[in-house]
Design a protein around this ligand. Sequence first.
Ligand SMILES: Nc1ncnc2c1ncn2[C@@H]1O[C@H](COP(=O)(O)OP(=O)(O)OP(=O)(O)O)[C@@H](O)[C@H]1O
Length: 354
Amino acid sequence: MTETVLEIKNLQVAYHTDHGEVQAVRGISYQVKKGETVALVGESGCGKSASVKPIMGEKEANQIIKSGEINFTYQTENGPQTVNLLKISPKIMQNRIKGKEIAMVFQDPMTSLDPTMKINKQIAEAVKASHPEMNKDQINERVLNLIETVGIQNMKVVQNQYPHQLSGGMRQRIVIAIALAGNPSLLICDEPTTGLDVTIQAKILNLIKDIQKSRKLSVIFITHNLGVVANIATYVNVMYAGKIVETGTSQDIFYEPRHPYTWGLLESVPDINEKVDELPTIAGTIPDLTQPIVGDAFAPRNKYALNIDFQKQPPMFKINDHHYAATWLLDKRAPKVPIPAVLQKRILKMKGVS
Ligand SMILES: Nc1ncnc2c1ncn2[C@@H]1O[C@H](COP(=O)(O)OP(=O)(O)OP(=O)(O)O)[C@@H](O)[C@H]1O
């Protein structure tokens, strides 16, 4: 059986604000096993980042963890150990977990890099922090090895440059090298390719996929664009208004999507075979998370909403052992609503049927 690296149980995160408490994450549960990539996908503001910050022990002054567990399993000299990351001391988080067992890659590489420090020094600092026992030569060797791992050819030149002398894609490679310095078992990627042009984006995605495979890394990949994770995610968790509304394998989500919100996200992914002037977006906006939500949070934007959607939160209906969706359309009394025609057409094309 593949070992579970991370298990999130009923995590609820809120923020104090002058306008009330924002219920950013309203009870989510999922697991990440060794060597798997789990994608968290949803529009801006649906709670993706708020749900992963506690994994890294990041605590804004106004953050409130309302409930939940984040159980993380890692290897120690005495064998595997499981800790609840919400309960460990900041010291253990800093000295043992953050940057060592769990590392993060953010959207904007410039926020993670020091503009005043040469690349080799920045990577060396990260190596030193996680391997204090290494001497200078060992550190230098490891730095070169990391630069090579992230696919940089002219490493002798790059290591003596400053971040501003590199392209966006190169900078993101360096950030990935720094993230790998501690040899983590879990890598969290928060929109790592947003802002890069399409060809560079594809290269960075391939790099993450290669590293993930060769190191048997577990990855949590956050994105607002479902298209980005089609080829890299083992499982996809679609999030809306702080909840997971559909979860399944990539196959389930891309070939058999069942939640109207997932349909909307898929419709807004560009189809490279079709030329369209404007991509459809999902009409409306996400709800005000300071106000109580009655029923399905997506109902006001859902053209397939039933009366019950405005009254009662749908449970997670089981479609198969790994595919679940929270929509009343899956209740046996609901009218049969087919997948929108445009998606149906795309799916048939992907399956090679038309
Ligand atoms: N520090 C904070 N204080 C108050 N509200 C916050 C804070 N951080 C996030 N929020 C709110 O929590 C909700 C979830 O935000 P979060 O950043 O997790 O969304 P997201 O899905 O990651 O979006 P994005 O893709 O834009 O990062 C939003 O309503 C956001 O405004």
